[in-house]
Write a protein that binds this ligand. Sequence first.
Ligand code: ADP
Length: 225
Amino acid sequence: MRRDFVANVSHELRTPLASIKGFAETLREGAVDDKEHRIEFLRTIEEHADHLTKMVDDLLDLSAIESGHRLPRLEPEDLAVLLTESVRAFAPIAGDRGVALEALPLPLLPKALADRDQFRQILANLLDNAIKYTERGGRVEVSAEASAGGLSVAVRDTGAGIPADDLPRVFERFYRVDKARSREAGGTGLGLSIVKHLVEAHGGKVSVESRQPGGSVFRFTLRAA
Ligand code: ADP
């Protein structure tokens, strides 16, 4: 597994590196005088460098979580507050993409045992995906309810959906249903594996249901305080 992982990481890093080198070479060999295109080439180099940074950040995160260096500090938290806060943080992004984003009114719930920062990170990854994989005019809803022995949070979208064959694999590192679309959207293929690790470190479980067309629902559970 470790050997596979190193091979995957190397492959993932190589793609943006090859582009950076290619565009730098093109500029050096003359495109630097091409007023019309040089800014575009520089911008592309910058985008690939940003992508590399995001990938390294995600890998470091994953490694810290997996090796137990980032154990969650569990405190009783009010889900209504945490969900509203995350939805508010993503409202401008959803607005830009023409996707309606809403936190549904919650029933009266016990407090959840959660690490506030890690909860934000879980929700950020799920919201980022839900918005990213939903077309203009679509909708993303966040909700929570009581579930057996605890609480369950759901992020539901009316987006592209995930084919049944891919569903069991989306939580694997670097697994992407549509590589081109993920890369174009700046995805690293690591977001959902980070979500899975964080949720499990909280003593919860994460799951997904999806229909094509129809959209996806990602759910995770937390223990009640
Ligand atoms: P990425 O950085 O590619 O988004 P993730 O680990 O977050 O990586 O997700 C893995 C893959 O699962 C994505 O590439 C995408 O194909 C699929 N996926 C995740 N969330 C959704 C969603 N809400 N709707 C459709 N597909 C999704």
